[in-house]
Design a protein around this ligand. Structure first.
Ligand code: NDP
Ligand code: 2IT
Length: 446
């Protein structure tokens, strides 16, 4: 009997009650994979979709730490080890008050397909905590990271599971966690990526996700015989991914007019320059301030509590968080003439928004393809750590560019539609699936 999407999703919802983000991520993938599996029956006989929607394991632990007033604080830590069929579990750590099992399961599930798309030998995982870094002192951050790693360290290792950064986890947090890992495990190995350059980090890793999302955009736009030059882009977020996407867009000749945070968005009609982007990086990384301050500093507009999707643009790059772009906003983008969307964040568009983009035949790159540049350079950091050497910036940038180009080609191969239209969602889902599924089949029933 052929697999049926509704039946499959009913079962998944029953087995994973209340995990709406996980349901959403699986539905997006299953929508393309079920017809493919029905044409390639061995995947069904081996129950591949059922197996790939059940994480290998989920580790949940208490994280106890002391704040600056001497109060004992308790948070919950997680690591979802989703699938290691093609390499060690690999994926970021998120510290945000919204973190729960559903969010980390969706992220780990997506990561498995994304990592496969990079062409590098990495499985999928994700971890994090509901710890809220906002307003915490430097020493509280350090104590939390150390307490988190004190438990996590027994579950990870350079050939087992290699974490990295994500929302709320940047160079500072990775350094504290790596320091604690090194101390307890008594080994100096590449067990975390995104490290500082002085202790095994890779050049380009900080920039890689944002740059990669723009390389993907560039390839999609070129595929339609156009270029980024002189075009207007809206970007959401103002963290690692958003600022580096904005930076690369500017270098390639586009005009970036928005950035945002959870308080609202800024609209700079003159466009962000490198100098202005550097100011935002300093605001967010060093002063830990709010994007609203940009409007005061540069005389731009601030739209409190709003998202930037109502601003007219040719390209939209959602780079903040999941479900930050809904169907109504997608329709506004389309009617304003936006013709390409590249997702720097993970699952920023709702399922209905994706359908709007697909129906309008936009060049729409889903996150698992568009933001794979970050984990790709993490994979290159692992390689450099294993060889105990460092590649140059040029070498790494060339490899990143090459990997993003390959991802684009793979999406075209499996997602080609009529004329120059490409269904990048379908292309990414099928291309990411095949390698993992074939490995799972090769191992037999385990
Ligand atoms: P950062 O912590 O550096 O920045 C996050 C940005 O998103 C901030 O501007 C933050 O605003 C905003 N944001 C976070 N949560 C919300 C929310 N609930 N509502 C509105 N705005 C929000 O994270 P990154 O830039 O690293 O990550 C951004 C996205 O990119 C995430 O989806 C992440 O999973 C994805 N990603 C990151 C990669 C990486 O290498 N770092 C790799 C691939 C994907 P505020 O400060 O107000 O919270
Ligand atoms: O979502 C992601 O791909 C990341 N946060 C980066 C993961 C990594 O291991 O570099």
């Amino acid at each position: 009997m052929a697999l049926d999407l509704e039946q499959f999703m009913d079962g998944l919802r029953r087995r994973n009650p209340g995990e709406s983000e996980f349901h959403q991520a699986v539905e997006e993938v299953a929508n393309d994979l079920i017809p493919y599996i029905n044409d390639n029956r061995r995947y069904d006989r081996m129950q591949i979709l059922e197996r790939l929607t059940e994480p290998d394991r989920i580790i949940i632990f208490r994280v106890c730490w002391e704040d600056d007033e001497g109060n004992v604080r308790t948070n919950r830590g997680y690591r979802v080890q989703h699938n290691n069929a093609i390499g060690p579990y690999k994926g970021g750590i998120r510290f945000h008050k919204s973190v729960n099992q559903s969010i980390l399961k969706f992220l780990a599930f997506e990561q498995t397909f994304k990592n496969s798309l990079t062409g590098l030998p990495m499985g999928g995982g994700k971890g994090g905590s509901d710890f809220n870094p906002k307003g915490k002192s430097e020493r509280e951050i350090m104590r939390f990271c150390q307490a988190f790693m004190t438990e996590l360290q027994r579950h990870i290792g350079p050939n087992t599971d290699v974490p990295a950064g994500d929302i709320g986890v940047g160079a500072r947090e990775v350094s504290y966690m790596f320091g604690q890992y090194k101390r307890i495990a008594n080994e100096f190995t590449g067990t975390i990526t995104g490290k500082g350059l002085a202790f095994g980090g890779s050049l380009i890793r900080t920039e890689a996700t944002g740059y990669g999302a723009v390389y993907m955009l560039e390839d999609m736009v070129k595929h339609r015989g156009q270029s980024l030059e002189g075009r207007v882009a809206t970007v959401s977020g103002s963290g690692n991914v958003a600022t580096h996407a904005a930076e690369k867009l500017v270098v390639l000749g586009a005009k970036v007019v928005t950035l945002s945070d959870s308080g609202g968005f800024v609209y700079d009609k003159d466009g962000f320059t490198q100098e202005k982007i550097d100011w935002v990086k300093e605001l967010k990384d060093v002063r830990r301030g709010r994007i609203k301050e940009y409007a005061d500093e540069f005389g731009a507009e601030f739209h409190e509590g709003q998202r930037p999707w109502g601003v007219e643009c040719d390209f939209a790059l959602p780079c903040a968080t999941q479900n930050e772009l809904n169907a109504e906003e997608a329709r506004t983008l389309v009617s304003n003439g936006c013709f390409a969307v590249s997702e720097g964040a993970n699952m920023p568009s709702t399922l209905d928004a994706i359908h709007v983009f697909q129906d309008a035949k936009l060049a729409y790159a889903p996150s698992k393809a568009a933001n794979a540049g970050g984990v790709a350079v993490s994979g290159l950091e692992m390689t450099q750590n294993s060889m105990r050497l460092s590649w140059s910036k040029d070498e790494l940038n060339e490899r990143l560019r090459g990997i993003m180009g390959e991802i684009h080609n793979n999406c075209v191969e499996y997602g080609k539609g009529e004329g120059d239209h490409v269904d990048y969602v379908k292309g990414a889902n099928i291309a990411g699936f095949i390698k993992v599924a074939d490995a799972v089949i090769a191992y037999g029933v385990i």
